[in-house]
Design a protein around this ligand. Structure first.
Ligand code: PCO
Length: 185
């Protein structure tokens, strides 16, 4: 049994979420999945395309679930629940926020409170021009210095028509990376 928390950010690569979930459920036996989304990521998928049993958490859930002292704090509970945190895709905005400790949404709060002893994998995805900015490599290496695992972006023709680095890794390669990290735990 392994609890996989998927984090989705506002990159168009969130389009791949239904496929990513399907492949994790198929390839990682006994996996349970929860999804934590940013507001912008919601633009790129329809919850109806995900298996019914999968819970999707957003910023409103964080605030609605806490009413009084003693209530659970959602970003802490999600971190406790998860054996592995897979942020796929990680867009340029959340990459920058994550490296500097900004946690102004549920996904980033969950990451900020993540226990470094547990695996966190991230899949950068952004336009090539953003990807090529020196900030990207510097920020990715900061995340790696904390022990996080990069599943590197690949080169292809992006949704906007530009060709180059910045596309999210293929779903099969993401699932392979999660499996191999879990084997080492
Ligand atoms: C924005 N960004 C992107 C980001 C990353 N793109 C991708 C691929 C998908 C289709 O193969 C969306 C997965 O293009 O990861 O395109 C402006 S161009």
């Amino acid at each position: 049994m392994v609890n996989v928390l998927i984090g989705c950010t506002g990159s168009v690569a969130t389009l791949k979420l239904p496929n990513l979930i399907q492949e994790i459920l198929r390839e990682i036996h006994g996996s349970k999945i929860r999804v934590v989304v940013t507001e912008h990521s919601k633009h790129f998928f329809d919850p109806k395309d995900l298996p019914e049993e999968i819970d999707i958490f957003n910023d409103k859930d964080e605030w609605n679930s806490w009413q009084k002292r003693g209530d659970e704090v959602l970003h802490i509970e999600l971190g406790k629940w998860a054996d592995v945190f897979l942020i796929a895709p990680l867009d340029a905005n959340c990459l920058g926020k994550l490296t500097s400790g900004i946690c102004d949404n549920l996904l980033l709060c969950t990451a900020r409170a993540w226990e470094l002893g547990k695996p966190l994998l991230f899949c950068p995805a952004m336009n090539t021009k953003m990807y090529n900015h020196p900030l990207t490599a510097a920020q990715i290496s900061t995340l790696k210095s904390w022990g996080y695992t990069e599943i590197p972006a690949i080169a292809k023709t992006l949704i906007c028509g530009d060709t180059g680095l910045g596309a999210m890794a293929e779903v099969a390669d993401i699932v392979c990376a999660v499996k191999s990290v879990l084997e080492r735990v």
